[in-house]
Design a protein around this ligand. Structure first.
Ligand SMILES: [Zn+2]
Ligand SMILES: [Zn+2]
Length: 326
């Protein structure tokens, strides 16, 4: 990972609140869309968001592809805002199950390129599973996380590397920023002109580790990346600081409702400043075993997976023996 300069608080925001178009009222828990900018539409899916970027009538890009079973909801949004035209491309902020769940289904009819960061490609070309989720970091969703399939996933021949210079294919004015920590090849999308940020899971706006946070997306607040799936906390901190220093006026995240400046900026600067105290879990495997921000190597053993599955098998055996005895 490129070494970032020491973090400095950014200068005060110069755009007034009145100049920023506020998000529309919150959409239903069970799905719906929300126009955040004329060319930025949030698709709220169960537990996660996807985004349609591009003006109606022009080439557009889908960002992320939701939980398994949600391709129909994404297609319905495309029908509404883009008259059913397929996107020119799909960009993945990263490849966790909740961001690629509908992708195979979508690619059945949308024969389009799918872009991800080069470091993310081994997870998305059938080579390497993601580091096993850590159920010990706190929260009910963390306890359930071993049930989330860590891959590997295979999206060949569609999947390819994002252009190295930072441009986003088909989207003039947008850049991708490497924001690792939650995954080694995590990217966020940034448009300087109106300071719009699609943050992915670099930070989110709900407590994704809790049931109410993950399902109802309450409360709305700037929060660390989902902890059970974050294997490098130093890198995650530097990524939050990079994004806080932009600074964004609108943050549209992988989980939670979009937030605009003032409250979002205050929260985000606070998270950037106090990341180690406020965001780093008190306990967890990856605190002492961070996954390096480097190309993952096929065949590397995953000790956490062995430990968690071994513990689950032991609990199951104890329960079985107990049942047979009674
Ligand atoms: Zn994720
Ligand atoms: Zn996610």
């Amino acid at each position: 990972m490129t070494q970032l300069p020491a973090w400095q608080p950014p200068p005060p925001l110069t755009t007034s609140v009145e100049q920023i178009r506020p998000p529309a009222p919150h959409v239903s828990t069970f799905g719906g869309t929300q126009v955040l900018r004329p060319d930025v539409v949030r698709v709220r899916l169960p537990m996660v968001n996807a985004y349609l970027l591009g003006l109606p009538g022009e080439p557009w890009v889908l960002v992320d592809a939701g939980m398994p079973g949600t391709a129909g909801m994404i297609r319905a949004a495309a029908e509404n805002y883009h008259a059913g035209r397929p996107p020119a491309a799909i960009v993945l902020t990263h490849g966790h199950l909740d961001h690629i769940g509908g992708l195979h289904d979508l690619l059945q009819t949308w024969k389009v390129p799918v872009y991800a960061h080069p470091l993310e490609l081994p997870y998305l070309t059938g080579q390497v599973p993601y580091p096993f989720p850590d159920p010990s970091v706190g929260g009910v969703m963390s306890l359930l996380s071993p049930a989330f399939v860590p891959g590997p996933f295979d999206f060949r021949p569609h999947i390819q590397a994002l252009p190295p210079a930072g441009e986003v294919p088909h989207l003039a004015g947008w850049r991708w920023l490497h924001t690792p920590g939650h995954s080694v090849g995590h990217v966020s999308l940034w448009r300087e002109a109106d300071r719009t940020l699609i943050a992915g899971d670099a930070f989110v706006t709900t407590k994704q580790e809790t049931v109410t946070g993950a399902l109802a997306q309450k409360p709305t607040l700037v929060h660390r990346p989902p902890a059970y799936y974050t294997p490098n906390w130093d890198a995650a901190r530097e990524s939050v600081r990079l994004l806080a220093a932009l600074p964004p006026a609108l943050a549209a995240t992988g989980h939670g409702h979009p937030m605009t400046e003032v409250q979002m900026d205050l929260d985000l600067q606070r998270l950037a400043r106090n990341f180690d105290e406020a965001a780093r879990p008190l306990r967890g495997w990856y605190l002492s075993h961070p996954v390096p921000v480097a190309l993952p190597q096929p065949g590397t053993p995953d000790p956490l997976k062995r430990i968690v599955l071994g513990a689950l098998a032991a609990v199951g055996l104890i329960l079985l023996v107990d049942r047979l005895r009674s």
